[in-house]
Ligand binder design. Structure first.
Ligand SMILES: [Zn+2]
Length: 496
C-alpha cells in the first residue's frame, strides 16, 4: 500500500517495524464538549485506514489517549484551560465533565461505525508515567526547571521543526495578539512538561511531583501513553492536521530525546472540514454535532459516506446540500442492494477476485476512498450473480463500514411489511365488501348465520376459481330451501 507520509512529504510504501504487525497511535479527544463533525472526519478516515490495514492482513494494535486534564489552547500558558472552562460552563467538576463527554464521544463513534481502539487511556490514569518520563528528560538534560515549571529545551535538538516552518513561526509570534512571552522559557519553542505555576491557580486536578504540586502539559500525554502501550517503535501516528504543529512536533521531540533513537517513521494527517465561512471549530458558526445531524434527519452513516467521498488530504467543505445529495445517493445504493436476491449461493470466484482487486487498487493508492466507493457501484453493475455481489459488498464494507447489507435488509423487511399490509387490506376489503342480505323475514338467527357463512364460503371458492366447490355449496343451500340472487359485490337470499 502506498500512503502519504507527512514526515517525508512523499507517498511511500507502507511498512512496519515488525513484519505482519502494526502499532498505531491516534491522538484522542479533549473531553470538555461534544466532538464537532470536523474532528470526527479525522476519526472516520483513521478508522478506514485501520480497517484497511487489517483487511490487508496486518495485525493492528491501536492506542488512543483521552485528554481529561489541562490542555491549554496555547502552549504559552496564556490560553484557556479547556477542561476547566467546560466545568465552569456546566457547573460540574472536571472529572464529571470528562466522564460525560468521553461517553458522548464513544456514542458518536458507535453511530458513525468507528471502531473504538483496543487500548484507550485517560491521561489522568498515567500521571506516574508522565513524571517518570520527565525525570528521564531532566537527567538527560533535555529539560529544565524554571519559574516553577519544567520545560522541554528545544534548542537541544538538531531538527526541532519537524512539521513546522521556522520562518512562518517567527512571523506568527510577531503578529499574534494577546500572547505574552513566557519569561521563564529559554527558547520561544520550549514547552511545558509539568506545571506548578500557571495562571489557572484554581486548577482542580493536581498531583504531587518531584517539582511540586501541579499537573502535566498536554504533549507529554501522547508520548508516554504511546511508549507504555505500543513500545519503543511505533509504526503509524495519526491525527488531524491541526495537531501536526506544535503537538506532534513536540511528541517527537520528547519521545526521541527519551528513547535516544527514532520513534515513529510514518505520520498520517487528515485535513480540515471547512464550512463556506472557513475552518469549522467549536467557537465559530453553527456547532455541528452528530446529534444535530440526526435531529435534521440524517443517518450518521450518511455523514460517513460524505467523508469517504473525498480524499483525506484535501480539505472538505461541509454543506447541507452536500449532505442531501449524499443522503439520496446512500438511499439509492441501499435500495439497489436490497433488490439483490438475498439467497446465498456459490461465489463466482473470477468475478469476485477481479472486483476485489479494483477496490484494493483504490485503497492502496493513498487511501482513495472515493474510488473505493465507486468500486461498490462496479459490483452492482457487474455481470455476475447476486450471491457474489452480496459477498463483495460485505467484503468492502469491512473497511468502508457503511452498514450497507444491514440497511438493505431493513429496506427489504420494510418493503415486505408494506406488501403484506396491502395484501391483508385487500383480503379484508374482499370479505367485508361482500354484502349479504336476507330477504325473508323471521328466519331463525342461527340458520341465517349458517346460510351467510356458506354464502361467504361460496364467494371465496369462486374467487379461488374453485367452481366445483362453489356449485356444491349452491346445491347444499338449495337443499336447505335457499335461493340466491348474485349481484356485483352482493348476494341476497330467500328461504322458503
Ligand atoms: Zn497527541
Amino acid at each position: 500500500m502506498k500512503l502519504y507520509n507527512s514526515l517525508t512529504r512523499t507517498r511511500e510504501e507502507f511498512r512496519t517495524h515488525e513484519p505482519g504487525k502494526c502499532r498505531m497511535y491516534t491522538c484522542g479527544p479533549t473531553v470538555y464538549h461534544y466532538a464537532h463533525i470536523g474532528n470526527l472526519r479525522s476519526y472516520i478516515m483513521e478508522d478506514v485506514l485501520e480497517k484497511y490495514l487489517r483487511y490487508t492482513g496486518l495485525d493492528v494494535t491501536r492506542c488512543m489517549n483521552i485528554t481529561d486534564v489541562g490542555h491549554l489552547t496555547s502552549d504559552a500558558d496564556t490560553g484557556e484551560d479547556k477542561m476547566l472552562k467546560g466545568a465552569r460552563r456546566e457547573h460540574k467538576t472536571v472529572m464529571e465533565i470528562a466522564k460525560f463527554y468521553t461517553d458522548a464521544f464513544f456514542a458518536d463513534c458507535r453511530k458513525l461505525n468507528i471502531k473504538i481502539p483496543e487500548i484507550v487511556v485517560p491521561a489522568t490514569s498515567y500521571i506516574d508515567k508522565f513524571i517518570h518520563m520527565i525525570e528521564v528528560l531532566l537527567e538527560k538534560d533535555y529539560a529544565y526547571l524554571s519559574g516553577g515549571n519544567v520545560y522541554f529545551d528545544t534548542s537541544k535538538l538538531e531538527n526541532y521543526y519537524v512539521f513546522g516552518n521556522q520562518e512562518a513561526e517567527d512571523l506568527a509570534v510577531g503578529v499574534r495578539e494577546g500572547v505574552e512571552a513566557d519569561e521563564a522559557k529559554r527558547n520561544k519553542t520550549d514547552f511545558v512538561l509539568w506545571f506548578t505555576k500557571s495562571k489557572f491557580e484554581d486548577q482542580e486536578l493536581k498531583w504531587d511531583s518531584p517539582w511540586g504540586v501541579g499537573y502535566p502539559g498536554w504533549h507529554i500525554e501522547c508520548s508516554a501513553i504511546s511508549l507504555w502501550n505500543l513500545g519503543e517503535y511505533l509504526d503509524l501516528h495519526c491525527g488531524g492536521i491541526d495537531n501536526a504543529f506544535p503537538h506532534h512536533t513536540n511528541e517527537i521531540a520528547q519521545s526521541e530525546a527519551y528513547l535516544g533513537h527514532p520513534w515513529c517513521p510514518q505520520w498520517f494527517h487528515v485535513l480540515h472540514l471547512n464550512t463556506s465561512a472557513g475552518k469549522m471549530s467549536k467557537s465559530s458558526g453553527e456547532f455541528l454535532t452528530v446529534s444535530l445531524l440526526e435531529e435534521k434527519g440524517y443517518d450518521p452513516l450518511v455523514y460517513r459516506l460524505f467523508c469517504l467521498g473525498s480524499h483525506y488530504r484535501k480539505s472538505l467543505v461541509f454543506s447541507w446540500e452536500g449532505m442531501d445529495s449524499t443522503k439520496t445517493a446512500y438511499q439509492k445504493l441501499v435500495g439497489r442492494i436490497a433488490a439483490l436476491s438475498p439467497e446465498d449461493g456459490p461465489i463466482d470466484e473470477e468475478a469476485f477476485a477481479a472486483l476485489r482487486a479494483r477496490f484494493a487498487e483504490a485503497m492502496d493508492n493513498d487511501l482513495n476512498t472515493a474510488l473505493a466507493v465507486t468500486a461498490l457501484y462496479d459490483v452492482l453493475k457487474a455481470k455476475t450473480d447476486d450471491a457474489t455481489k452480496r459477498a463483495l459488498i460485505a467484503d468492502f464494507d469491512r473497511v468502508l463500514s457503511l452498514g450497507l447489507l444491514e440497511a438493505a435488509e431493513k429496506v427489504r423487511i420494510a418493503q415486505k411489511a408494506v406488501a403484506d399490509a396491502a395484501k391483508a387490506a385487500s383480503d379484508a376489503a374482499g370479505e367485508a365488501g361482500l354484502v349479504v342480505t336476507c330477504l325473508t323475514e323471521g328466519v331463525d338467527p342461527a340458520a341465517a348465520a349458517e346460510v351467510e357463512a356458506l354464502i361467504r364460503e361460496r364467494a371465496d371458492a369462486k374467487k379461488a376459481k374453485d367452481f366445483a366447490a362453489a356449485d356444491a355449496i349452491r346445491d347444499r343451500l338449495a337443499a336447505m330451501g335457499v335461493t340466491l340472487k348474485d349481484a356485483k359485490g352482493a348476494v341476497s337470499w330467500e328461504m322458503k
